[in-house]
Each structure stands twice: as C-alpha cells, then as structure tokens.
Design a protein around this ligand. Sequence first.
Ligand SMILES: NC(=O)c1ccc[n+]([C@@H]2O[C@H](COP(=O)([O-])OP(=O)(O)OC[C@H]3O[C@@H](n4cnc5c(N)ncnc54)[C@H](OP(=O)(O)O)[C@@H]3O)[C@@H](O)[C@H]2O)c1
Length: 397
Amino acid sequence: MSASARTKRRVTILGSTGSIGCNTAELLAAEPEIYAVEALVASRNAEKLAEQAKALKAKFAVVAEEGQYRALKDALAGSGIAAAAGTAAVVEAAQRPADWVMAAIVGAAGLAPTLAAVRRGAIVALANKEVMVCAGELVTAEAKAHGARLLPVDSEHNAIFQVFDSAQRHAIEKIVLTASGGPFRKTSLEAMASATPAQAVAHPNWRMGAKISVDSATMMNKGLEVIEAHHLFDLPSGQLDIVVHPQSVVHGLVYYTDGSVLAQLGSPDMRTPIANALGWPDRIPAPSPRLDLAKLAQLTFEAPDPERFPALRVARAALVTGGGAPTVLNAANEIAVAAFLDEQIGFLDIAATVERTLDRLPHRRIDALEDVYALDREARATARALIGEGARRAARA
Ligand SMILES: NC(=O)c1ccc[n+]([C@@H]2O[C@H](COP(=O)([O-])OP(=O)(O)OC[C@H]3O[C@@H](n4cnc5c(N)ncnc54)[C@H](OP(=O)(O)O)[C@@H]3O)[C@@H](O)[C@H]2O)c1
C-alpha cells in the first residue's frame, strides 16, 4: 500500500524515552506525513523527552516527576509545545485525542494512563505487560465497554495475534510463547546466587529497559507473559505453554486441532511488532533486519528448567489462583527487581521475595480498580518488609 493511501494517525506515546518508546518514535519520524504526534510522556528524562517532542512536533510533553518540570519547560522554551508534570498530567496526556496510544511505561505505574486511553475508545498498543498482569480483567472489560482495541506489542503476543484465527477459536488447542532463556540459560544455581545487576541486564538477544531485562534473567518475564496471554487471548493456564528458543526468531505459535502449527518469525527487533500494531490493520514498512534462514542455519528449542527458574512456577500458580494473586505477584516483583538492581538483595532472592509476599497475602478479591490499587500498595509494603527482614537477618548472621 502506498504511503499516500494509508490512514493518517494521531499518536501518543506513554513512556516515549524508554526502549519501546524510542523504537516507536523512530517509526513515527520516518513517516511524518502519516503520523501527527499528540503527546509524549516520560518519568524523569526531560532532556530526551524535549528532544523527541521537538523532532516529532508533539503538542504536549509530560514528565511524571514534578521535580523535572523546570528542566522540561526550559528545554521546550520557544517551541510552542506545552509542558506539564505529575501523575495527573500523565493521565491528561493519555486523555488527549490520539487515535493510537503506545502504552510503554514500565510497571503498574502505567495502569492509570493506559486505562484513560482505553476509556476514550482508542487503539491501545500494549507493551506494558504489568498493566495486564495487575488488572487484566478490569482492563479488558473497560476496553469492551468503551470500544477500545488492545493490540499486543510484546513480541510473543504480537506473534500469536498474527496467527490466531479468532473465527476458528474452537479449533485452537494451545498457544506457545517462546523464551530466549535470558543471560542465565546455562548458568548454575551457585553462579546465579552471586549474579550482579550488570550480568542480569546483559540480555543475549534484545536491548531493553533494566526491569524487563532482569525479568528475562529470572524468567519472571515469561511468567508475566503467560498471565498477559491469558487476558489477551482468553485462554486458561492449561492452553498456555512456554518453550525456550535461544535464537529468538520464532516468537509465538498457535496449535490447531488438525495438527497444524502456525508461527510468526522475525529477527529479534521490537520495531517489527511495534510496526505491526502501528499500521494495524494494514502492514507498514519497518527497518528491522530481514531473516536469513540459511545463515541462521539452526533454530533450537528446549523445555524451561523449573529448578533454576522458580519464577515460572510462582507466576503460573498466581494465574491459577486468580483474584488478587497476579496483582500481588506483579507488585512484589517490581519491588524485588528494584531491590536487586540497588544491590540490596541477591538474584535468587527476587523470586523468593515474590513467593513469600504471595504467601503472606493469599486469596484477595479484586472487584474494582480501587481493589487493585489497594492490593498493589499492600503487596509493595509487604515485599519491602520481607526484604528488610532478610537484611536484618543477614546483618545478625
Ligand atoms: N524493551 C522491550 O524490548 C520490551 C519488549 C516487550 C515488552 N516490553 C514492555 O514494555 C514496557 C516498557 O519497557 P522498556 O524496556 O521500554 O522500559 P524502559 O526502557 O525502562 O522505559 C520505560 C519508559 O517509561 C517511563 N516511565 C517509567 N516510569 C514512569 C512513570 N511512573 N510515569 C510515566 N512514565 C514512566 C520512562 O521514562 P524515563 O526514561 O524518564 O525513566 C521510559 O520512558 C515494559 O512494561 C516492558 O515489560 C518491553
């Protein structure tokens, strides 16, 4: 389809200065005649945000951290772009009239603005998996009520989205998410116990933000993705599988009852799933490296190791338990990952902290958004307390 025949889109990026946000901004910048940018949102990186806002001619730029307001305002002086700061301004950015919103804030902090976009009935490209883990049922119900379209951007979910034949839902046996296995795929438990943040964020195939990189190293990322897939494709735990595929070329597969398996392949480059969501329902160009299968020569697959990656079991159990368990899982994991990056706890303590937090807060109900926020706060406080208890024990030993 020629560029002139394509639908013009007004776009907002929540989390524009991050890894997904920058890849999205790159695609928008390549076709300024198609995309008009409404708003860009970051947490604290005012300098990068202002640079993006000017390059993309955005109307509105927001930093969540109020202390960064002055820096943003100064950097945008004379540009005509409005600047704002604070969590209410982040939600306001999502409420502004964009047809397509990239939800790429990291963590549950993305919930309120993502919901604001959903409640306008926007097309929401969903990179932020934590939103679906902590409030999947509410987000999908709101999307249905307001006619919003949720498009998966996570490479595995986007792959499945591309080969999931909704008209043949009855003939779908299961879906399979591939996992690279992360930087510790072959590392012993002993070595993992002393792994440093620098080792954990050194992902073999993908360049991503620090939090998701650590999640990939613990494989909690795949656990979060199973929960995300449950909500996006409306399938129970028993129809959601994981296979380790170190080359990250096959991203997701759908098994049908006639024995056919449909998969999506591509180089490990997030610009492909982002472009798939940005152009949807059309396909648009993306500059990702093209696959050369002969050069790749080998694609390998193996089962994940439940002993070295207990996060997979913990996340699966939270999905099966349901109610507030995934909300607790996500909040505790965010706290534990931050504590690991801050060198307060060891690598193996991440999954252990999440599991203990779940043990302390069993069987919580989620009926409304307020329940999600309250449980998220309680789980964060519990995980912090557990980390503090561990530190005091270690100091006494
Ligand atoms: N990176 C990938 O390849 C990839 C793949 C699949 C899914 N995802 C998912 O996509 C999301 C983003 O990942 P990422 O790797 O792009 O993360 P990242 O590089 O850490 O970027 C996070 C973005 O969110 C902003 N942000 C953080 N907290 C915020 C808050 N409270 N309010 C407003 N903005 C906030 C950051 O702003 P500052 O720059 O100012 O801190 C940044 O723009 C995550 O949920 C991740 O799991 C990522």
